[in-house]
Design a protein around this ligand. Structure first.
Ligand SMILES: Cc1cc2nc3c(=O)[nH]c(=O)nc-3n(C[C@H](O)[C@H](O)[C@H](O)COP(=O)(O)OP(=O)(O)OC[C@H]3O[C@@H](n4cnc5c(N)ncnc54)[C@H](O)[C@@H]3O)c2cc1C
Ligand SMILES: NC(=O)c1ccc[n+]([C@@H]2O[C@H](COP(=O)([O-])OP(=O)(O)OC[C@H]3O[C@@H](n4cnc5c(N)ncnc54)[C@H](O)[C@@H]3O)[C@@H](O)[C@H]2O)c1
Length: 487
C-alpha cells in the first residue's frame, strides 16, 4: 500500500524538548509542525528556570546589601518591594520569550499551531485549535514532548489550607507588596532549596520540611551539609528527616503537622509551597488508547522510541532526568532518529550529564559522586581542593566550598566531579568537556588558567591529585641527583 503523509514530523509540546526537536527538523528541511496548548517555551521559560533564576538574582542582591559591611561598605536594609521583584521576574521572561516564540520558529520554517494535540493513531495527530475548530495532521513520525507538572501530595487538609507550586506562585504572589510572612516549603530538592533561600533572603520566615536525612538527597553529604549551613545562615529553619502528615485550618490560621525523630510537631504558616517533585504528563492525549506504556514516564528504548516505533518521546515526559539541557539533548536523538532512523539510529548518551542547583553557594555535578560510586561498588579515590585556598574566592569574600574529583585508584581519569562554590555551574563546564573527550587531570593541570579566576580551582584540584600521585621512588632519586649536582 502506498501511504502518503502531509508531514515528516509532528512535535507535541513547545518546551525545551519540543522546541529543539522542531528546530532540528526544520534545519534539515523536514516538514514539521509544532503544537503547543499553552505557552511557548513551556515550563523552563514560564514557570521554571527563567523566573527562578531571576528571583534568585534579586534575593542574592538583597543579601549582599545586608552583608555590605563585609566589603567595607555600609550594610543596608534592602527595603524589598516584593511586587517590583516579581515584576522584574516577568520582565526577564519577556526578554527571553522571543527566543521561544511562534514568530521565531515560523521564521525558521516550523509550522506552529496553538492548540491541544491528541494522537489518534500512530500516524495521525488531531489538534483542537485555540481559536476554534480542529485539524488532523497525517505524519510519518511524532515526538511527544509534553513535559511534567508539579506533584501535589495527597495530604489530608491540603486543599483547605491552600498551596502554591512552581506553576502558580509567579501569578499568585505577583501582587504581594511583601513576600509571605511565614512560608512553609515542602521538599528539599532543587526547587525547594532554591526557593526557600530566595524567599528567606527577600524577607520571609521560611521553614523547609524534607523527609530525607539531608537536603538535595542525590548529592553527597558534604555538599548537602554546606547547603544546609548556607540556608540556615540566611534564616531558613531546615527540618530534614521530617515527613509531612496532614494540614489543618483553624479559622484564618494554617498549620502543617510533620513527623520527625522527636515526634509530631505543628508548623504554622501563611503560605505553603509544594516542591516535592514533578510528574510526567501522561494522560488525555492518546497514550492510553494507543497502548503506549508508561510508568512514572513514557517508556522508551535507547533510541527514545515508544512501543510504536515512529513515535518518540523526549524531555521531562521521557525522563529519567528533568532538566532543560537534557531535554534539548534528548530532542536531538528523538528528531534525528525520527527523520533518519531508516539509515542509522543513535542511542541516547547519558554518560556526561551535568546539573547545577542554583543555591548560594551553587552545587554542580557531573558523573559519579561518592554515594553513587559506593552503591555501584566502583573503586575510587577522592581529591578535594578547598576554596578557602583560592585567591579569587578570598578576594570575592566567598571562600567557602570545594572541588571534589573522583578518579579510579592510581589513574587521572575523571569519574565524576562535585563542586560547591559561588560559580560552581560555570566551573563544572571544564570537567564536563574533559570527561566527554577523555581528558584526565594531568591535561587540566597542564592547561594555563588565567589568574586570579575561579576556574583556577579546577587546576588546583588537578594539582592536588598530582601531589598525591608523585612516584616516591622518583622523588628519592631526584633528591640524590640534586645533592650530587651541588657537590
Ligand atoms: C522552579 C523550576 C526551576 C527549574 N530550574 C531548572 C534549571 O535551573 N535548570 C534546568 O536544567 N532545569 C530546571 N528546571 C526543569 C526544567 O524546567 C524542565 O526540565 C524543562 O522545562 C522540561 O522541558 P520539556 O520540554 O520536557 O517540558 P515542558 O517545558 O513542560 O514543555 C511541555 C509543553 O507541552 C505542552 N503540552 C502538554 N500536553 C500537550 C498537548 N497534548 N498538546 C499540546 N501541547 C501540550 C505544555 O503546555 C508545555 O508547554 C526547573 C523547573 C522548575 C519547575
Ligand atoms: N537547578 C536545576 O537544575 C533545577 C531546579 C529546579 C528544578 N529542577 C528539576 O525539577 C525537578 C523537580 O524538583 P523538586 O525539587 O520539586 O523535586 P525533587 O524530587 O528533586 O525533590 C523533592 C523532595 O521532596 C521530598 N518530599 C517528598 N514528599 C515529601 C513529604 N511528604 N514530606 C517531606 N518531604 C517530601 C523528597 O524526599 C525530595 O527530596 C528536579 O528533579 C530537577 O530535575 C532542576
Amino acid at each position: 500500500m502506498n501511504v502518503k503523509y502531509d508531514r515528516n514530523l509532528v512535535v507535541i509540546g513547545a518546551g525545551a524538548a519540543g522546541l529543539v526537536s522542531a528546530y532540528i527538523a526544520a534545519a534539515v528541511k523536514a516538514k514539521v509542525t509544532l503544537v503547543e496548548s499553552h505557552r511557548m517555551g513551556g515550563d523552563c521559560l514560564n514557570y521554571g528556570c527563567v523566573p527562578s533564576k531571576a528571583l534568585i538574582r534579586s534575593a542574592k542582591l538583597a543579601q549582599q546589601m545586608r552583608r555590605a559591611d563585609h566589603f567595607g561598605l555600609e550594610a543596608v536594609d534592602p527595603g524589598v518591594s516584593f511586587r517590583k521583584v516579581m515584576q522584574r521576574v516577568q520582565e526577564v521572561i519577556a526578554r527571553v520569550e522571543p527566543h521561544d516564540s511562534a514568530e521565531r520558529y515560523s521564521a525558521l520554517g516550523v509550522e506552529v499551531l496553538q492548540g491541544y494535540a491528541r494522537i489518534v493513531d500512530p500516524h495521525t495527530v488531531e489538534v483542537e485549535l485555540e481559536d476554534g475548530g480542529s485539524v488532523r495532521l497525517r505524519t510519518r513520525a511524532i515526538v511527544i514532548a509534553t513535559g511534567a507538572r508539579p506533584f501535589v501530595p495527597p495530604l489530608p487538609g491540603i486543599e483547605e489550607v491552600g498551596y502554591v507550586t512552581s506553576d502558580t506562585l509567579w501569578q499568585e504572589f505577583a501582587e504581594l507588596e511583601r513576600p509571605p510572612r511565614r512560608l512553609l516549603v515542602l521538599g528539599g530538592g532543587p526547587i525547594g532549596c532554591e526557593l526557600a533561600q530566595s524567599f528567606a533572603r527577600l524577607g520571609s520566615e521560611v521553614t523547609q520540611v524534607e523527609m530525607s536525612p539531608q537536603l538535595l538527597a542525590r548529592e553527597d553529604a558534604d555538599a548537602a551539609a554546606l547547603v544546609e549551613a548556607a540556608l540556615k545562615r540566611d534564616g531558613v529553619q531546615v527540618l530534614t528527616g521530617h515527613r509531612a502528615l496532614h494540614c489543618l485550618r483553624m479559622g484564618e490560621r494554617k498549620f502543617m503537622a510533620v513527623q520527625g525523630d522527636s515526634g509530631e510537631e505543628r508548623i504554622e504558616f501563611d503560605a505553603l509551597l509544594c516542591a516535592v517533585g514533578r510528574t510526567a504528563r501522561l494522560s488525555g492525549y492518546g497514550l492510553e488508547e494507543l497502548g503506549i506504556e508508561t510508568g512514572r514516564t513514557i517508556e522508551t528504548n535507547k533510541y527514545l522510541q515508544t512501543l510504536h516505533r515512529n513515535i518518540y518521546a523526549a524531555g521531562d515526559v521521557a525522563g529519567p532526568y528533568q532538566l532543560t539541557h537534557v531535554s534539548a539533548h534528548q530532542a536531538w536523538y528523538a528528531s534525528v532518529n525520527a527523520l533518519f532512523g531508516q539509515f542509522k539510529k543513535f542511542k541516547v548518551d547519558y554518560r556526561f550529564v551535568p546539573w547545577t542547583t542554583f543555591v548560594d553557594p551553587e552545587v554542580a555535578r557531573v558523573g559519579l559522586n561518592e554515594r553513587e560510586a559506593k552503591e555501584k561498588a566502583i573503586a575510587f579515590e577522592v581529591t578535594r581542593f578547598e576554596l578557602e585556598e583560592l585567591d579569587r574566592a578570598i578576594a570575592d569574600g566567598a571562600a567557602e566550598g570545594f572541588v571534589k574529583v573522583l578518579t579510579p585508584p592510581g589513574k587521572d581519569k575523571i569519574l565524576g566531579v562535585t563542586i560547591v562554590a559561588e560559580h560552581a555551574g560555570d566551573l563544572l563546564a571544564e570537567f564536563v568537556l574533559a570527561m566527554k573527550h577523555g581528558l584526565g587531570l594531568n591535561k587540566i593541570l597542564g592547561t594555563i588558567h588565567s589568574y586570579p579566576t575561579w576556574a583556577e580551582a579546577n587546576k588546583y584540584a588537578a594539582g592536588e591529585w598530582k601531589r598525591n600521585h608523585v612516584p616516591q621512588k622518583l622523588l628519592k632519586w631526584l633528591e640524590r641527583y640534586h645533592r650530587w649536582m651541588r657537590n
